[in-house]
Design a protein around this ligand. Structure first.
Ligand SMILES: CC(C)(COP(=O)(O)OP(=O)(O)OC[C@H]1O[C@@H](n2cnc3c(N)ncnc32)[C@H](O)[C@@H]1OP(=O)(O)O)[C@@H](O)C(=O)NCCC(=O)NCCS
Length: 154
């Protein structure tokens, strides 16, 4: 079944909350909703641009890519900002049919329009399916890391 890609609009908020919550279940739905509304309004909670591109099948949202600019990303040329895939998700029943690829192509096109010559992304070390999908779409691994945090006593 053919999917249509477009920038997210206000009518997509409810469906996008479900998709985003499926990808990032630790974030409360209320927070997803606030962030989605800000991105759609063109006022994301960050200084650089960020957009949501959705894939629709028979007028129902089936996937999204959240792509923005970052001033730099590991392994990329620091001379100019890079496009960065902040989130990428396709409903399980629509996977392996090319929708993920179409969303990444849309993210590439948006990044090119912003003047970028690179698109970066990341995924969790235990998400092997995502790693395979990234590699199938032409991403190369530039680093593997473990992130740490330590609260500082005042
Ligand atoms: C990752 C994800 C978005 C891919 O969406 P999709 O619609 O299944 O992707 P596509 O069908 O367009 O496949 C794109 C390419 O990746 C490959 N691929 C996709 N899933 C794969 C898997 N599980 N194992 C190996 N390769 C895979 C496909 O073979 C395809 O390559 P090809 O065109 O050369 O055959 C989807 O699996 C998903 O939502 N996963 C859960 C959320 C997630 O992990 N998101 C990424 C976190 S950053």
């Amino acid at each position: 079944m053919q999917s249509q890609l477009r920038l997210a609009a206000r009518r997509d908020v409810e469906a996008l909350v479900c998709l985003r919550a499926a990808l990032w279940p630790d974030t409360p739905k209320r927070e997803h909703e606030t962030e989605i509304r800000k991105i759609i309004a063109g006022r994301p909670c960050r200084t650089l641009p960020l957009v949501l591109i959705v894939a629709e099948v028979q007028k129902t949202l089936a996937g999204f890519v959240e792509v923005g600019l970052r001033s730099h990303a590991d392994g990329c040329d620091p001379i100019r900002p890079v496009g960065f895939v902040e989130g990428w998700y396709v409903l399980a029943r629509h996977r392996s049919k090319g929708m993920g690829r179409a969303l990444i192509v849309a993210a590439e096109n948006w990044s090119r329009e912003q003047g970028c010559s690179e698109l970066a992304s990341d995924t969790w070390l235990n998400n092997e399916a995502s790693q395979r999908a990234h590699e199938a779409l032409g991403f190369e691994v530039v680093d593997r890391c473990v992130n740490y945090r330590k609260a500082l006593r005042r």
